[in-house]
Design a protein around this ligand. Structure first.
Ligand code: UDP
Ligand code: MG
Length: 324
């Protein structure tokens, strides 16, 4: 395959209300680009691309200032806050017009940027997707570690294939992005979608530190939301489980009926009030739960049929053909 020896790398960084962190981490990203250029691994045309996800603080101003100071910094802005996944998608799709490879990373300095060297090496060795995988979670609180690891196990159990302990720190080549752009779904769960696209992939292991400044935007509630979204976007296993549950209870009900008939003939017809109520409650609960899960899928179908744009770029720090 024709591998360019010096690929153009775009580091794509979603930013939402990150005014505290950006001034600290942006020089680190720039230095990484410069170092990689010096080592002769990537092209001088490589860039650090910030994606402002409708921040309400000074994030966009900081990005524009950075872009004036150094040409390696560029930025795009989403028209409003659309969430991390959509911000990453916007950045990747914008970057793929000009770059050979993208590396997506959070802007809070949690992910070790030195893993990028290995990622680029893996690309030069012929890999198209390189997953950044956390070694261990010693810096996280027990609670975060427990919930986060449970998250991956639960996802896989529910039929959504994800790389264990891989979040959204990953190298993706333009080739894969071109194929990926054919995945038109509106409900995004990027880390579960890239394994579906295929191509040669590998993992690079790194340590994850604490956030340099600011606060996490992923409390437990959002994480549960992401897990649920991921599962219902990638797999229909929950619906299968409901079907299984339905079959199980149908068989149970059938046995119950047989038992009731026999009991009537034998003469023990003192059927208790409690058991009736229990059954009604139980069945009611199961039915509501099942309806809820099925409703979730119908909701997804509804959102998908609308075919709404997955991102809208409102501003750029550079000129773009589409702009009049
Ligand atoms: N982020 C975003 N849009 C959002 C929420 C978060 O672009 O609506 C960005 C955020 O700026 C950061 C990354 O997504 O770069 C991950 O967020 P965070 O660090 O808060 O999550 P955590 O690392 O705690 O899971
Ligand atoms: Mg973070």
């Amino acid at each position: 395959m024709d591998r360019k020896t010096k690929p153009v790398l775009y580091i794509v960084i979603p930013c939402y209300n990150e005014e505290e962190v950006l001034p600290v981490t942006s020089p680190m990203f720039l230095k990484k680009i410069e170092d990689l250029v010096k080592m002769g691994k990537i092209s001088e045309e490589s860039r650090v691309m910030f994606v402002n996800d409708g921040s309400k603080d000074r994030t966009w101003e900081i990005i524009t200032e950075l872009s004036k100071k150094d040409r390696h910094f560029i930025g795009i802005s989403q028209s409003r806050n659309r969430g991390h996944q959509n911000a990453v998608l916007a950045g990747m799709m914008e970057a793929k017009e000009t770059c050979d490879i993208t590396i997506t990373i959070d802007c809070d300095g949690q992910d070790d940027i030195n893993a990028m060297d290995e990622m680029v090496d893996a690309y030069l060795d012929g890999c198209e997707v390189v997953y950044g995988v956390r070694k261990k979670r010693t810096t996280d609180t027990f609670f975060k570690r427990f919930t986060a690891e449970g998250f991956y196990k639960f996802m896989n159990f529910m039929g959504a294939e994800v790389v264990f302990n891989h979040a959204d720190y990953r190298l993706v080549s333009k080739r894969v992005l071109d194929a990926f752009s054919e995945y038109k779904e509106v409900n995004l769960f990027l880390r579960g979608m890239f394994p579906l696209v295929g191509f040669k992939s590998t993992s690079v292991y790194y340590d994850r530190a604490e956030r340099i400044a600011g606060e996490s935007h992923y409390p437990l509630k959002k994480m549960l939301g992401l897990a649920f979204d991921g599962i219902t976007s990638l797999s229909i296993k929950p619906i299968r489980m409901i079907t299984g549950l339905g079959m199980f209870f149908s068989i149970l009900s059938f046995i119950g009926i047989v038992w009731a008939v026999i009991a009537t003939f034998v003469g023990h017809t003192v059927l208790g009030w409690a058991s009736t109520v229990c059954l009604i409650c139980f069945m009611g609960g199961i039915q509501l739960l099942s309806l809820g899960v099925i409703g979730e899928y119908i909701g997804k179908i509804y959102m998908e049929t609308k075919k709404r744009p997955r991102y809208i770029i409102s501003e750029r720090t550079y000129d773009h053909e589409d702009e009049e």
